[in-house]
Write a protein that binds this ligand. Structure first.
Ligand code: SAM
Length: 188
């Protein structure tokens, strides 16, 4: 295993998803941002599959659209709405989903995911998730909104029924700065 997967939670999330997802799957990118995760998912599920990607801000839609065009990708629905409304746009079972919480790195730091709506989105995503499907989530808790979000999200997921879900948390525990936390949820 390449060391990058063990030292970066974002890479570890992709490593797991690569193993779980396959061509033809329908998947969700709950936080589109600059489109990197959307592109990653689109390449896995291929033209027979579909990625449904959400973000609230114009810049995310514009950046992702450009990235997908440059890579000749056309199996993505770009939706400018909050992930907490994902049930308005999804009608199929999904095989997986990615949440990369927080704010757009080079964008407006005031536009940030919030615990309350993130929990609603996770709940909805889990309803659409098929058996043995996987959701990954990166929680950035170094900023003030992120600290509140972490508490709310962890409180919700650690109480998920163990007869229905496997929930795992990967935390780098010797860092002086709050390093991002990876969560994986698998539906039994
Ligand atoms: C860390 S960035 C995502 C990075 C992205 N996955 C990528 O590959 O570039 C978090 C994104 O969540 C978006 N966001 C904030 N609130 C949201 C909401 N309620 N629903 C969907 N996206 C939201 C922000 O606009 C921001 O673009």
């Amino acid at each position: 295993m390449d060391i990058k997967y063990l030292i970066r939670p974002t890479e570890l999330a992709k490593y797991f998803l690569k193993d779980v997802l396959k061509e033809g799957d329908v998947v969700v990118d709950a936080t589109m941002g600059n489109g990197n995760d959307t592109l990653f998912l689109a390449n896995i599920v291929g033209e027979k599959g579909k990625v449904i990607s959400f973000d609230v801000q114009d810049l995310a839609i514009a950046n992702t659209k450009k990235l997908l065009e440059n890579n000749h990708i056309n199996n993505v629905d770009l939706i400018q709405d909050g992930h907490e409304n994902m049930d308005k746009y999804i009608c199929d079972e999904i095989s997986g989903g990615m949440f990369n919480l927080g704010y757009l790195p080079k964008g407006d730091h005031h536009i940030v995911t919030k615990g309350e709506t993130t929990v609603v989105a996770i709940e909805k995503c889990l309803k659409f998730l098929k058996r043995n499907g996987m959701i990954t989530m990166i929680i950035y808790h170094g900023h003030s909104e992120g600290k509140i979000e972490k508490e709310q999200v962890i409180n919700y997921i650690e109480n998920l029924d163990q007869s229905k879900f496997h929930v795992m948390k990967v935390d780098y525990i010797n860092q002086t700065k709050e390093s991002p936390i990876l969560i994986t949820i698998i539906k039994k």
